[in-house]
Write a protein that binds this ligand. Structure first.
Ligand code: IMO
Ligand code: MG
Length: 409
């Protein structure tokens, strides 16, 4: 079975934890988009792992992980991450596979990425990991794929710095490079987990363009970025937080405003540890946006939602969610393409009672406080999609499963 996990907001939804949780039942875990801009956190016992390029399934001793063709790979960052894993006793040799069709981030690209963003009149606030530069070169047909360095193909286009850089890694990757499409085809019938990076609202097509990343971070990217057809994707899980965050610039209709919401932004940032895993930047925080979530359900054909960080609300008297936008007196219920509307809309909020106790110890849906269930039921009704997974803490066991994701329909 092919199970896809994607972000249903602006990234940082807790995909790493959900992928790690689902990975137990899978044979392969495939990253299909983005690069070292991603930051996926996994907590196992007392250990915390922060991964950027290596798929989150690597923490299990026997799983194989694949860096798909939709990714842009910085070999220096990849090998630094692999060294970190080795240093912490995780044997990755023979388990990390790289698609021969993945594209490479070369040394100068990170600087170029940052300089380009600085020059923009309206900067995006990129992570500076060379992502936009590499994807641009890919689309203009000037980028280099993994297979090209093994074949020494078109290397005469490179300068000495790039050649020396690639030379450092060529031998090391030789045994890791595969035809991922063929491998997945040959293993159809096995459990494959597709790990999304970023999120729907950062997707190059469906996100808040131009304030997006450059990859296909929506569910369709799982197919395009790994080499299996869209019809082979069996189930799509969308991960979302009980509130919203965004890093970098761009419209954010439900962002907390001090004059309206007091200190809510700082409170949630501290309880939810909302600081970027990749850049350390404080994340912008806001109310859960159901207009945006319903849009994510539609554009990804999400079968099932995974709600994370619900425990962040444990101490709150009341919890608000955005059900509509008010733009100059008109009510908007469908997520608009217009940045003018997104930047100037005011969220219409519905208030729920808080549960005022810790939910981290709850081991089933039934054990959750009534107020938490009311909040979840309202979300399900609004977006017409079931919330099947609920994360109530950082650890694996702090997860409630209402439906086994590995059952097709
Ligand atoms: P994960 O996988 C949150 C944001 C950046 C910036 C914009 C473009 O951890 O959810 P880029 O460097 O990709 O060109 O930056 O996208 N961004 C993310 N925000 N989570 C991520 O990944 C992100 N990856 C990129 O902050 O606004
Ligand atoms: Mg992240």
């Amino acid at each position: 079975m092919n199970l896809v996990v994607i972000g249903a907001q602006w990234g940082d939804e807790g995909k790493g934890k959900i992928v790690d949780y689902f990975a137990e039942e899978s044979d392969f875990i495939v990253r299909f988009s983005g690069g070292a801009n991603a930051g996926h956190t996994i907590v196992i016992g007392e250990e915390t792992y922060k991964l950027h390029l290596v798929p989150s399934g690597i923490i299990y001793p026997e799983k194989k992980v694949i860096l798909g063709n939709g990714m842009v790979i910085d070999l220096e960052a990849l090998f630094a991450e692999l060294k970190m894993l080795s240093d912490r006793g995780i044997k990755w040799q023979g388990r990390v596979l790289i698609s021969e069709r993945a594209h490479l981030v070369l040394p100068g690209f990170k600087k170029l990425d940052m300089e380009t963003d600085k020059k923009r009149k309206h900067p995006i606030g990129t992570t500076g990991r060379g992502i936009g530069t590499t994807y641009s070169l890919k689309v203009s047909r000037d980028s280099l794929r993994v297979i090209d360095i093994l074949d020494s193909y078109r290397l005469d286009e490179l300068n000495n710095e790039d050649l020396e850089f690639l030379d450092r890694y060529t031998d090391a990757i030789k045994g890791m490079v595969i035809d991922a499409s063929r491998l997945l085809f040959e293993n159809s019938g096995k459990n494959v987990l597709f790990e999304g990076a970023q999120g729907t609202l950062l997707d190059i097509d469906h996100g808040t363009y131009p304030y997006v990343s450059s990859g296909l971070s929506s569910a369709s990217g799982a197919s395009q970025g790994s080499g299996i057809g869209p019809g082979a994707l069996d189930r799509i899980i969308g991960v979302f937080k009980a509130y919203s965050t965004r890093v970098g610039n761009g419209p954010f209709p439900t962002e907390f405003k001090e004059e309206r919401d007091g200190d809510l932004g700082n409170t949630i940032r501290e309880i939810g540890r909302e600081y970027g895993v990749t850049t350390g930047r404080p994340r912008r925080c806001g109310y859960l946006d159901l207009v945006a979530l319903r849009y994510a359900c539609r554009t990804n054909s999400i079968d099932s939602l995974a709600l994370t960080h619900l425990d962040v609300y444990d101490s709150f008297d009341e919890i608000k969610v955005c059900t509509e936008y008010n733009y100059q007196g008109s009510i908007i219920t469908d997520f608009p393409a217009s940045n003018v509307i997104l930047e100037n809309a005011r969220p219409v909020l519905k208030t729920f009672k808080g549960w005022k106790k810790s939910i981290t110890e709850c081991s089933s849906y039934d054990e959750l406080p009534e107020q938490a269930k009311e909040y979840i039921n309202f979300i399900e009704d609004y977006v017409q999609t079931p919330v099947d997974i609920i994360s109530i803490g950082y650890r694996r066991k702090e997860t409630i499963t209402r439906r086994d994701p590995w059952i097709k329909s």
